[in-house]
Design a protein around this ligand. Sequence first.
Ligand code: 3HC
Length: 308
Amino acid sequence: LASQQQARFEAALAKEQKIEAQDWMPDAYRKTLVRQISQHAHSEIIGMLPEGNWITRAPSLKRKAILLAKVQDEGGHGLYLYAAAETLGTSREQMLDALHSGRAKYSSIFNYPTLTWADMGAIGWLVDGAAIMNQVPLCRCSYGPYARAMIRICKEESFHQRQGFDIMLSLCKGTPAQKAMAQDALNRWWWPTVMMFGPNDDSSPNSRQSMEWGIKRISNDALRQKFIDATVPQAELLGLSIPDPALKWNEERSHYDFGEIDWSEFMRVLGGDGPCNKERLSTRMKAHEDGTWVREAAMAYAKKHGGK
Ligand code: 3HC
């Protein structure tokens, strides 16, 4: 029977048919989806913290309202993704326990500090720009609930990226001090964003299997290259210089050649030793602790009103 189920699963993948929650799937397929989707959700929720730091410091009511909407969106993305992960049989408590205990990861990029308002521009422009590159192919993921959650999320990401670029444009058209602030943010956020796509393909333990299962459609290095090729012209338009002396258009490859990535920094951040890892995780754990009464009240209410 198992071999028939395996054959049906593989036939569905081959026909690009979505695998749905009630379908049989190999345990390893389920496990890697819980790993990736829960970590994706953790990234969205933790990703609210760096930007949240600037909501009360925004330079105008308009910027404040936009940033508030973006951070709220990230929270919503986290909830869609936790819900998608729950269709695989895991629970919110298990996923949050894995995050709080350090067993689960979240995107490295959110372990860097947001030092000036220009960081709000750099994050929207670069980090959400990178997220769009990585998330659009996930709309074609073989697992139905994940693919459908990504379609909704990608629609909102394009606004996130555009408002970031708009902040950078305003600063670059402003005073020399404002342009210098935008350059400083680009200098600090460029390489961490390049690392966000994950390790090189030949040192990525999950890529081959994830590509065979139709979870990862484009490799880490190919997405990274796509991001760099798309972003260099935007930096030129802003009149900002990208902090990579080796960056150069390669006519033959028709891609930009770029410098060495400092993978030791990436591994340090993944190991919990980035600039803000401890602060991000303790903020999340405190918020979870402080929110216990809300969860208990909601459960008591649901019980009293028969789960409605
Ligand atoms: N930060 C933290 N961990 C990372 C990472 C990063 N930037 N890149 C890779 N890793 C981890 C992987 O999770 C894996 O560890 P694990 O096995 O314990 O999970 C290990 O490094 C090896 O990497 P692989 O390439 O082998 O792993 P994957 O095949 O899972 O690829 C990934 C990594 C490309 C991040 C993939 O998991 C993915 O596409 N995830 C979903 C998308 C996502 O999380 N995007 C980024 C954050 S969301 C965001 O940016 C929100 C936006 O609104 C700003």
